[in-house]
Design a protein around this ligand. Structure first.
Ligand code: ZN
Length: 442
């Protein structure tokens, strides 16, 4: 069956224009002027809704197997579909076993089989103990590796030492796959700790002081040095401090293969506005000042920050310690899969940024990071027909019903956001909440 998706506003690699997207066997066969659409095709007219490539989210903690009560393939991919995310890449931790061997990846695949509403891929993990498994993971289909330069604070994946990083770098360079790094070093965090022992941990300022910017800066300097020495691909996940941008920009100008992501919560919230005991906003590195938020937006516009990923990291609601309101005890992680694109677009719209940047930051650039850009992240001939019909002018209030991941908990509840995902198509078929899970590993 040939289908044609028509809209007055199709997001093509050349920008927005009226077009007909011809879809055959789940792939885009061509993008033509509306009047050139084949006459015998099944036509779906979106009028003035923007037809965009599905979003690609390269930073999701699905947690299955092992912690499916936190989140799972069925619930995470359902939420992704609701938010227009048609491909997500799962992190190697919070699930058990952690994805540090090809055997663990096989267990994850078994857990995912038949449950996914959207397509997915996996990152492997890199620790001090699994260097001999990296090439096996690459051969088994991992898109790259994730590691922590600080204790991840959960059993399973363990932190990577500087020595372990240096030892892994030549192996990583051989695979050609990116190393995604949680870039905080423990030194500055340990230095900050004694002064905060008797501080009021219900105050956000206390938590903020406990994760100083120096922890990020020192880690990023180390990564730049290792990248320069070994030319392995390095990707800084969830950059939270604008102060690292200058050095990152210089490293890239030097030609080092470093990419950078930030997350919706760093672009939307600001430390000054975080109320006492608002532990839903706890994440690491922490949400920093308003001025810092503006700096991150500038980093995106300058191209120093390549992409935006959710770092969707949910937990059972009790672990957010809402009753105690204690930032020390609460689990760190913000969940936002089903609304992430709207969060980002709301802020973009306010700043007068164009919609094609949303596609670059949340579809094309993440697809490139994960090596999926031959199939995902653009509306062009040969690509998977993963499409989103988006209304950038419409707005909605974030309610629990909008969240649709496992636990409807979010710091965005009650916020009014712009940009409504009206329809999500995976390989030409509309994904609905009660539809057949048709997502596969890519
Ligand atoms: Zn994460």
């Amino acid at each position: 069956m040939v289908q044609v998706f028509v809209s007055g506003r199709v997001m093509t690699p050349a920008g927005l224009k009226p077009a007909a997207v011809i879809v055959e066997d789940g792939r885009i066969a061509g993008v033509v002027e509306p009047k050139e659409a084949p006459p015998d095709a099944v036509v779906r007219d979106f009028d003035d809704l923007v037809l965009m490539p599905g979003f690609v989210d390269t930073h999701v903690h699905i947690n299955e197997p092992g912690r499916t009560e936190w989140e799972g393939f069925a619930t995470a991919t359902r939420a992704a579909a609701a938010g227009g995310i048609t491909t997500l890449v799962d992190m190697p931790l919070n699930c058990l076993p952690e994805t540090t061997t090809a055997a663990a990846l096989a267990i994850k695949r078994e857990a995912a089989a038949g449950k996914c509403m959207v397509d997915w891929a996996a990152w492997g993990g890199l620790t001090d103990d699994n260097h001999e498994h990296l090439e096996g993971l690459a051969a088994a289909g991992a898109k790259g590796f994730k590691s922590f330069l600080v204790d991840p604070g959960i059993d399973g994946l363990t932190m990577l030492s500087e020595e372990g990083l240096r030892k892994a770098a030549p192996i990583l360079a051989r695979t050609g796959l990116p190393l995604l790094v949680h870039a905080e070093l423990p030194g500055p965090i340990a230095t900050a700790a004694p002064a905060l022992k008797d501080a009021d941990w219900c105050e956000y300022a206390t938590y903020l002081r406990s994760r100083p910017e120096e922890a990020e800066l020192e880690a990023i300097r180390l990564l730049i040095a290792v990248c320069r020495e070994h030319r392995c691909r390095v990707h800084v996940v969830h950059l939270a401090t604008m102060r690292a941008l200058e050095e990152l920009e210089a490293a890239r100008a030097e030609g080092l293969p470093i990419t950078v992501e930030t997350c919706p919560h760093y672009l939307y919230f600001a430390a000054e506005d975080i109320a006492r005991s608002a532990t839903l906003k706890k994440c690491a590195p922490p949400i920093r000042s308003r001025a810092n938020r503006e700096g991150l937006w500038e980093g995106l516009q300058r191209g120093t920050i390549d992409l935006i990923a959710t770092d969707h990291s949910p937990c059972p609601p009790a672990m957010k310690e809402a009753a105690a309101g204690d930032f020390a005890k609460a689990w760190g992680g913000v969940a936002s899969l089903s609304i992430a694109a709207s969060v980002v677009w709301t802020e973009m719209r306010m700043r007068g940024l164009p919609l094609d940047k949303l596609t670059e930051w949340m579809s094309s650039a993440p697809a490139r990071l994960a090596g999926l850009n031959k199939r995902k992240g653009a509306i062009a001939a040969g690509m998977d027909a993963d499409l989103v019909a988006f209304d950038p002018e419409a707005s909605f209030e974030v309610t629990k019903e909008r969240l649709v991941y496992r636990h409807p908990v979010s710091p965005y509840l009650g916020e009014r956001l712009h940009g409504v995902v009206e329809h999500t198509f995976l390989r030409g078929i509309e994904v609905t909440r009660d539809g057949t899970p048709a997502g596969v590993e890519v």
